[in-house]
Design a protein around this ligand. Sequence first.
Ligand code: ZN
Length: 471
Amino acid sequence: MSSTTTHDLRLSGGTVVLAGTGAQRADLLVRDGRIAAIVEPGAPGEARETLDVSGRHVLPGVVDAHVHLGADITTPRTPEDVRPETAAAAAGGVTTLVAYLMSAAPYDEVAPPARAAMEADSLVDFGFHYCIGTGEQLDAIPRYVAEHGVSSFKFFMNFRTDEGQRLGLPGNDDGFLLELLEAAAAHGAIVNPHAENADLIKLLARRGALDGEGNDLQRWDRSRPDYVEAEALERIGFLSMLAKADVHAVHVTNAMSLHVLRDVRAHQPRISIETCPHYLTLDTDSEIGVLGKVNPPLRPPSDREALWAAIADGTIDTIGSDHVPRHGRFKEGGLAKASPGFPGMQQLLPLVLTEGHVRRGIALERLVDLVATRPAQVFGLGDRKGAIRPGADADLVVVDLDAPGVITAETELAGAGFTPWQGAEVGVRVERTIVRGQTVFAEGAVADEAIGQYLPRHRSGVLPTVAGDRA
Ligand SMILES: [Zn+2]
């Protein structure tokens, strides 16, 4: 790198977390929205703006590949659907999000207004997953991949018969699922199953699972327990083996499911495993009542420990927030009526770094792999996103690893107006978030300009690829 070249930005004096080699002192030089060079601290290199980040860690921006947007969580439509949620993303160090569009209509109709709403108001870069529920959508998969740049498709295994009506989605069976897996395999796409067995959930409801002893979260767990999830994961594992398809097992919550997935992977390695911050930091003993209602449910503390062990040993690939923007008033009316889910993007990184690194001593580079590098690779963004290396987008987050704080409803920027982590202590603070060289969050404030860009993703897949290669 010639010292006569002027860069746009220099981050100087920080400890940078690099893929493979771990945390080291280095300065970063940014030009035209990309990382131009990683140099020794203080090495020559002119820049128009220099940020002193000494005493801080610089990580690649979080790639949150599990986000729901929109007042009814099916698609973002309005500024209110986009601005507060992406402000929460920026404040949490998320620089890329991939949101689920969920509709029974063709995505040729659904996606353009969603994209326009995001382009008008998103502070961070974004892509979409499509939920597939109709034959027309299934037939359009080649076009969705090639023309829309969408190469990941959600399937609700629990939406049989009328279960999906809450979201306006039809019910499907395992035959439809196998056809979806085959179509994904044929076109370089991945399937993201919501794995729960609806028949068993109905049986447990008939047996009065919600009426037993214990607090709300213990009863919700008993109404859709670990085996409801594990059975569906075993089934998708088998079907994906038949179809030779890639699968991203979203929101895995418990020891039994991990056991099943480890077995399946011995025959079917093309499965990546996601868990979420809430399964790592909350459990059925958490005193948060229906605010913690989510599907799949929060589990007993022993499952939480099993997830951390699976993070430490490499079984789990990614962490996504499963961010749900619905307002807190949807949590009213008791356990059965309360809406599942809660916002999670803003606290994903602080919670994972606090619990994983500060409290449990897991290496930063392992955690960065889970929240940034692997999700970018799996979802076809590995050539631009998820790692700090020359040529990649300058998506960066500056964190203070020794900054005790408390999460409250007032700290949260998302529109929901509540957080299940009310009163939780975190030890890590996001100080600054940078998207393609531009600061979108600093000193507690989000930027005014919505610079978020749509990210076409023409190929997704589990198997590792060389850095810089399209996944
Ligand atoms: Zn979700």
